[in-house]
Each structure stands twice: as structure tokens, then as C-alpha cells.
Design a protein around this ligand. Structure first.
Ligand code: SF4
Length: 235
């Protein structure tokens, strides 16, 4: 497995759980606002047991967040092996994913406790944003899978001017309603140190914008959360 490092303890990467965060290297997408672009390449090759051993070193944690890059880019058998070991340790497992690998996601659903999946933008803009022609189709397959499986999840969007404007977000709300999605998170965009230098010049929307759109989206999704200087449930 291509491993990029571990954060021993986090209070914000797994809802209501202290967790370790494991970073995997590689991603099929090239989102211009990506802040983890240093994980596109590099890292070291390790076995699942080695990652599990590093996770085990912290006895305070209740869970593990697998992130990247895109964790599902890794070999599926090795990933399954890792999840089995972590489950044997009694840890809850959260997966951060961009939804590009529905066939792999399906094989791992039984081992996962929480999934955070990105919804990048409206269907027409997906190829340009991700760099992959089939990215929306594959994302929507993953979305259907996880809603049907009834696992605890959040669908989340980093709100970036030009990629997700107000009209786009409302349209995305309509799509989420069609898929019967129950929890949607709007995430703050930070323009420092992002992959595409042009996006470092884009001024993020103000906090009020998130709340205003969040209130509109409550008509489409039961639970809307704004993650902007903390976490705020829109009522
Ligand atoms: S999917 Fe995530 S890790 Fe991959 S390029 Fe986009 S923001 Fe970065």
C-alpha cells in the first residue's frame, strides 16, 4: 500500500470519536482546490500490518480515519486486510472518498462505520473539475450504493466560487433529494496552498453565504451542516 503518513490523534476527523488519521498516496482526480496535492505521489510502500501496527501505538483512539489522496486507489485485497485488522482491534473505521471506485467501495462496506464522500459539483462540471470524463457517473454509483446500504455517512462539498456557485448548490440539493440523501455538509474553502495556483487568487465566499445556502438546502436534505470555523447544524 502506498502510505503517506499518520496523524496520531484527531478530534475533528471522525464524528464524535477520537481517531488516528492514515494518509494514503495517490488520487485519480486533480481538483484545482486540493490541499492534499503533495499526496498525489511519493510515500512509501508498506504492508497492511505495518499500518495497523502504527495505528495501534495510540491507545487513546476509538477510531481510524482513512484518507488521502484517495484511499480506494489502493489494492482492494490489502485494504480489506487492513480493515479486518483494525476491526479486530475494536476500532471504528471512517473512509474519506471521492466516490470514483464504486466496485471497491461495495466490497468494503461491511467493514466501515462511517463514510464521508465528496460531491464536487454539478454533473456538467465534473469532468473539468476532476480531470476524469466518467467521474460523475462513478460518483453517482457510489452514492446510490451507500444510501441503499444504510451506513452512517455524510456527503460533503467544498464550496469553491466558480465550481459551486449558489445555483450549482441548489441543483446539487435537488440531486441529493433524488438519491434520498439524509446528511449534507458544506465545507469552507481555503485558498492557501491549493494545487492550482490560479485558485489561490479566488476569494472564498463569506461565512454568511454558507448559512444562507444551507438554509435553502434544508428544503432538499434533512440534515445540513456548515463546516466553517467549527461545525454548525442548520435548523
Ligand atoms: S479528490 Fe480529494 S485528494 Fe483527490 S484531487 Fe480532489 S481534493 Fe485532492
Amino acid at each position: 500500500m502506498r502510505y503517506g503518513g499518520i496523524l496520531d490523534l484527531s478530534t475533528v476527523d471522525f464524528p464524535k470519536k477520537l481517531c488516528a488519521v492514515v494518509f494514503f498516496v495517490g488520487c485519480p482526480f486533480r481538483c484545482p482546490y486540493c490541499q492534499n496535492y503533495r499526496l498525489f505521489s511519493g510515500g512509501i510502500e508498506v504492508k497492511p500490518e505495518e499500518i495497523a501496527k502504527k495505528v495501534r501505538e495510540n491507545y487513546l483512539i476509538e477510531g481510524v480515519c482513512l484518507t488521502g489522496g484517495e484511499p480506494l486507489l489502493q489494492n482492494i485485497d490489502e485494504m480489506k486486510e487492513l480493515l479486518k485488522i483494525l476491526k479486530d482491534y475494536g476500532l471504528a473505521i471512517k473512509l474519506d472518498t471521492n466516490g470514483y471506485y464504486p466496485e471497491k467501495l461495495e466490497k468494503l462496506l461491511n467493514y466501515l462505520d462511517y463514510i464521508a464522500m465528496d460531491f464536487k459539483t454539478i454533473p456538467e462540471k465534473y469532468p473539468k473539475v476532476t480531470g476524469k470524463e466518467d467521474s460523475y457517473e462513478r460518483f453517482s454509483e457510489s452514492l446510490k450504493l451507500l444510501v441503499d446500504f444504510n451506513i452512517d455517512y455524510e456527503i460533503r462539498t467544498t464550496v469553491v466560487p466558480t465550481i459551486t456557485d449558489r445555483e450549482d448548490l441548489i441543483r446539487m440539493g435537488e440531486i441529493l433529494r433524488e438519491f434520498n440523501v439524509k446528511r449534507y455538509v458544506l465545507q469552507q474553502f481555503r485558498n492557501e496552498d491549493v494545487y492550482d495556483e490560479k485558485f489561490r487568487e479566488i476569494k472564498p465566499y463569506p461565512k454568511d453565504f454558507y448559512f444562507e445556502v444551507g438554509r435553502i438546502l434544508r428544503d432538499y436534505v434533512d440534515e445540513v451542516i456548515v463546516r466553517f470555523e467549527g461545525e454548525h447544524v442548520i435548523t
